[in-house]
Design a protein around this ligand. Sequence first.
Ligand code: HEC
Ligand code: HEC
Ligand code: HEC
Length: 431
Amino acid sequence: MNSKLSLLLPALLLVAAQAQAADDATVAKGEYLSRAGDCIACHTVKGGQPFAGGLPIESPFGTIYSTNITPSKTAGIGNYTLEQFDDAVRHGERADGSNLYPAMPYPDYSVLSDADVKALYAYFMQGVKAVDKKAPETDLSFPFNQRWGLGMWDLVFGHDDSFEAHSENPFINRGAYLVQGLGHCGSCHSPRGVAYQEKAYDDTDDEFLTGGKVGIWEAPSLRAGSGTGPLVSWDKAEIVDYLANGRNDRTAVGGEMTSVIEHSLSYLTKSDLEAIADYLKSLPGEGQAIMLSVDATEKTATELNSAKVDINSGARMYLDNCGACHFTHGEGAPRVFPQLDGNSLINAKDPSGLIHVILAGARLPSTKGAPEALAMPAFGWRLNDDEVAKLATFVRQAWNNHASVVTAKQVADVRATISAAELNATKPTLN
Ligand code: HEC
Ligand code: HEC
Ligand code: HEC
């Protein structure tokens, strides 16, 4: 062999190996970022192939199907260049130049850095398995089938800005970047305006993260600094615990947030979750802190423990059906049974989420840090609408809770949205 070449060969191999290694690291980084962005949640149907799309997403425009974003050249985004991928993810533009529906949270993703978009692209091209099956086409009625109209939407209501750091503290800025961008927390936790747009995209606006709605679920305010708000009394460790495991000593996750924790946040590093908590702690809550009245808790407990509790009352039903796990004072048991006293879901303006939990039960996600998936049984098969209304009214007004009365009609409306299988999930079968 040519002696010069034999000298050169190891060096060439080394260069090639290094290029490969750098690539693997970028792909791995992209995979982590895809977790932070929870791409899998919307782009995968239950039990389906990862990222093959087809999940129906309800929006005010109608039902929108998520697309196949695997690297398939026939059914997915395998032919997308980095630039075309970027246009979709940060700017809401498809390869054919038409607009995406904002059911894809590109207005939030617009703050992503160039490097992060590159890493995501590397992951979707090299780290994801191609699935050659087309997702169903979104087929809306006029005028919402006119994608050009979405361009107008984008101009007026959209958001397309790069990230701006507002703090001296790099951890807070990292948290802000994750919350505003990949985490797209605001898409659920910020109020929406007349055209479905998020009313605020960052902390320069006081409405940012002050709470929003996802279907029947209320997504509470995440502003955890001074003032009022459900998170104001949580310390940093409690926020991190909740984001990592879906539970902490105060509460347990329910509704749409369960999937966010299971598929996205539970995969993030401790340091990133701490950065998110630092950022939420830096956002002032609203108004004055409400003083919790110890008297109210005592009064409800005495009432419940007295022999005079009416057999048909909400209090009685609570004792019979719920007290075994959540206890007389609604105090629950740390990390196992959520505390009902002061709970955000129970005190939500709209009681639909609470009604849903009582009728269909709930399941805590299983995460690395808290693998046991605890379940709340369904009571829909056992209690009728009137009984659930009384029971829900009781828990909304017991202890320190001060929420409005629930009617049987509200219960019937939520019941109509739940399948018989779910309602009967924990019904004992007699055989
Ligand atoms: C909240 C739901 C949701 C999340 C989260 C989400 N997407 Fe999407 N995405 C959609 C929907 C819905 C569409 C299709 C919109 C349409 O047809 O106009 C879409 C479209 C796309 C497209 C365009 C595909 C095409 O055919 O041109 C790409 C690329 C994409 N998403 C990538 C991502 C990536 C990468 C992530 C994570 C960082 C992500 N999406 C997270 C809902 C979501
Ligand atoms: C798909 C919608 C959705 C997204 C995206 C989302 N959340 Fe949530 N989140 C909810 C809902 C709904 C609840 C209420 C859950 C309940 O009542 O148990 C919630 C509850 C929470 C809570 C507990 C509040 C309380 O008072 O109990 C925290 C903390 C939280 N979310 C943080 C976040 C962060 C941080 C992000 C972004 C990284 C995020 N969420 C993204 C829907 C969402
Ligand atoms: C066998 C034990 C058990 C019984 C009985 C029970 N629960 Fe639960 N409950 C749980 C568990 C475990 C969770 C956590 C599951 C989750 O939130 O995903 C929970 C969650 C909840 C939540 C959601 C809290 C949140 O922050 O999201 C509410 C509200 C609730 N229960 C109310 C009730 C009411 C009202 C009753 C009586 C009709 C009841 N529970 C009976 C175990 C129980």
